[in-house]
Design a protein around this ligand. Structure first.
Ligand SMILES: [Zn+2]
Ligand SMILES: [Zn+2]
Length: 131
C-alpha cells in the first residue's frame, strides 16, 4: 500500500479520536480491514510524533505507551486534563487555566507552558460510575 494512503487512513483515525488516548494496537485494530501492518502504524506514529502532532504518554500502572493527537488549531493554549482511569482527555476551562497559571507565577515566578501541560486525575464520568 502507498505510504500516503496509510498516512491518510491513520490521520482519519486521529481526527476522529481527538483528545483521546490511544495506543498503537488500537489503531492497528481499527484499521485491520485496511491492510495496514502494525509496523506501518508504528512507523507513522513515530513520524507524527517527531512532527509534534502527537503527544506520547503512559498511564499509571501500565508501561504501555499511549498517544494523543494534538490538533494544533484546537489544542494550542489549552491545558489538558487526562483521566488516569479511562484515558479521556479534555481541555481545562479557560478561567481555571488562567487562575492556575497566575497562581503558579505569583508563588514561584514560574511560567507554565500550557501547550505542554497535562493534569492527571479522575474524570467526572469515572467518578459517576463508582458512586
Ligand atoms: Zn486538545
Ligand atoms: Zn475517566
Amino acid at each position: 500500500m502507498y505510504k500516503t494512503k496509510q498516512r491518510e487512513l491513520i490521520m482519519n483515525y486521529l481526527n476522529k479520536h481527538q483528545d483521546k488516548l490511544f495506543c498503537a494496537e488500537d489503531i492497528s485494530l481499527a484499521l485491520k480491514n485496511q491492510n495496514i501492518s502494525p509496523s506501518a502504524v508504528y512507523r507513522n506514529l513515530a513520524e507524527l510524533k517527531n512532527m509534534g502532532k502527537l503527544r506520547q504518554t503512559t498511564q499509571r500502572g501500565s508501561r504501555k505507551i499511549f498517544y494523543q493527537f494534538l490538533d494544533n488549531n484546537n489544542c494550542k493554549g489549552h491545558i489538558h486534563l487526562s483521566c488516569i482511569n479511562c484515558g479521556h482527555t479534555s481541555h481545562l476551562d479557560d478561567s481555571a487555566a488562567k487562575l492556575i497559571t497566575q497562581k503558579v507565577k505569583l508563588a514561584e515566578n514560574f511560567d507554565i507552558d500550557k501547550d505542554d501541560t497535562v493534569i492527571y486525575g479522575i474524570c467526572n464520568n469515572c467518578k459517576e460510575k463508582t458512586k
